[in-house]
Design a protein around this ligand. Sequence first.
Ligand SMILES: *Cc1c(COP(=O)(O)O)cnc(C)c1O
Length: 233
Amino acid sequence: MSDTTPVEHLKEVRANIARAAADYGRDPSSVTLVAVSKTFPAEDIAPVLAAGQRIFGENYVQEAKAKWPALREAYPDAELHLIGPLQSNKAKEAVQLFDVIHTVDRPSLAEALAKEIAKQGRTPRLLVQVNTGEEPQKGGVAPAEVDAFIEACRTKYGLTIEGLMCIPPAEDPPSPHFALLNAIAKRNDLKVLSMGMSADYDAAIQMGATHVRVGSAIFGMRPKPAASSGEAG
Ligand SMILES: *Cc1c(COP(=O)(O)O)cnc(C)c1O
């Protein structure tokens, strides 16, 4: 892998997604690739944009703010997704910067986002993160509380929730977590399912993922393991 480039990896991942969709009887266009560029500099991202990829995921507000304004000037149709935990005091910057936020997971954040959306007149699409493995160190709403939280987002905070996101525990087989997320989405009438990363996007597509978040399979290894539970920067 080290002698091939992110653009070559991108092509492989796209082919794998198309094949998985076909294998599972799904329309390949029903699965969106979110290329996760966290920790990689703009020089690494630009060729992937040039190769046609437009949807990217970042974990940290500050990092995205440093890297993306210039890239977006060159590619105004790029779409930026926040996939890392968000502190309420960064809601303002997140609403300014991101087109989709995958990590809505508590009332204080829902309230902060609602306030900023009203103030800025800019409306990122919102997903609720579910902590399907109930891991204490991970963000996300507990499965038992998620229906009530989605309802509160809709009625109390006036937010439109488009779907759900999860990060299964690293040591578990992922499919039961993906199935759980799918079931929660169905009973709440939600269409978007953000699930599957480099190691398990095939299984996620099988279980109905509409968005797969793929980082290392495109950009290569990061200096440290996936910061799935790290602080928003
Ligand atoms: C880092 C990260 C990814 C990408 O992980 P890879 O294993 O490198 O594909 C996806 N989702 C979230 C939430 C992440 O933090």
